[in-house]
Ligand binder design. Structure first.
Ligand SMILES: C[S@@+](CC[C@H](N)C(=O)[O-])C[C@H]1O[C@@H](n2cnc3c(N)ncnc32)[C@H](O)[C@@H]1O
Length: 312
């Protein structure tokens, strides 16, 4: 089968929205090439090997997707261009917006994203590594082995990394955790490995549910983590000590009012996926819902918020 690789040069801010547009067009794979992340990992020395050259302008992110090169391709391209232009209506800057098209063989793209994925250390103890790479674990390391496939969440994105850091810092052994928008399952698996007693993970994308289930099993955490398809907190049972939602600002704002009722007294809410410009809106929504903001992390234009439900 012939495939078309469509790539667009865009901004950090527009990356997720562009990836969503590609997914909406039925893309079988979306690859995000973020030179800022690559450069920061190369400089930090956490990658043992990397054949990606250092980028001169690390503000330009390339998002690539793969679509069948069939008679619907032209129509899909037109829809893609229109939807990217419409991002401006949501105050999202598409940046250069340069779109390229090339034909590729299936075997080329199926593994394209792997070049960008190496073991990384997050926080004090967590190490996230792809299954095909060896990592000699040091004493005390908590290793999460992860093949994200086409689901979001390798740990290299700022939002995931900050959530992992805050999770490691604040999770208590035995906690019940809800992971809303689990993607690859990375935070759910990390929570289980950090000692959570029970993790209920949910995503509204069936592909993510399948991939998260595979990662949960591959990490030997299936006794602790359940993964199901669902919208936000609906479908999750009981109350949690720790609710994580690494999604996007608008979705967090939408779910905030229902969070306190689903948290035990003193429980924590960790919200990620918030672009820095929307931090104020999201913290307002969290405070209005009745939670106390305890900590905010900001990195690479993204923010994560840790908030607590006080005692009654
Ligand atoms: C940015 S990814 C985060 C993935 C992973 N938790 C991480 O931290 O890397 C957000 C995920 O939220 C899911 N999502 C978006 N809206 C949702 C909703 N209303 N209910 C459940 N999941 C949702 C998406 O499908 C996607 O997998």
């Amino acid at each position: 089968m012939k495939w078309a690789e469509i790539s667009i040069q865009t901004t950090h801010e527009a990356t997720e929205a562009v990836a969503d547009i590609f997914h909406g067009l039925g893309a079988s794979g979306v690859v995000i090439e973020d030179p800022e992340l690559v450069n920061s990992y190369k400089r930090s020395g956490t990658w043992d090997y990397c054949d990606i050259p250092e980028a001169e302008d690390d503000s330009v992110v390339t998002v690539k997707a793969y679509l069948p090169a069939d008679d619907q391709l032209d129509d899909k391209l037109r829809v893609f261009e229109r939807q990217v232009d419409e991002l401006a209506r949501h105050d999202i800057d598409k940046g250069r917006g340069l779109i390229r098209l090339r034909e590729v063989r299936e075997e080329d793209w199926a593994n394209a994203w792997k070049a960008y994925y190496h073991p990384i250390r997050v926080g004090e103890r967590l190490v996230v590594k792809p299954s095909w790479q060896e990592y000699p674990a040091a004493r005390g390391d908590v290793v999460v082995e992860l093949d994200p496939g086409m689901a979001f969440g390798t740990g290299t994105h700022h939002t995931t990394a900050m959530c992992l850091e805050l999770l490691e810092e604040a999770l208590r052994p035995g906690d019940t955790v809800f992971d809303v928008g689990t993607g690859s399952g990375i935070l759910a698996v990390a929570a289980a490995k950090l000692g959570a007693g029970e993790v209920q993970a949910v995503d509204n994308d069936p592909l993510a549910v399948r991939i998260a289930g595979e990662n949960v099993a591959a990490n030997g955490t299936a006794a602790t983590v359940t993964v199901s398809e669902g919208d936000l907190l609906t479908g999750l049972s009981g109350r949690a000590d720790f609710i994580i939602a690494n999604i996007i600002a608008d979705v967090i704002i939408r779910m905030a009012p229902s969070v306190p009722d689903r948290l035990k007294e003193g429980g924590l809410f960790l919200a990620g996926g918030v672009i820095a410009d929307r931090l104020g809106d999201v913290t307002d929504a969290i405070i209005t819902a009745g939670l106390e903001v305890e900590k905010v992390l900001e990195e690479g234009g993204w923010a994560s918020i840790l908030a607590r439900r006080g005692d009654e």
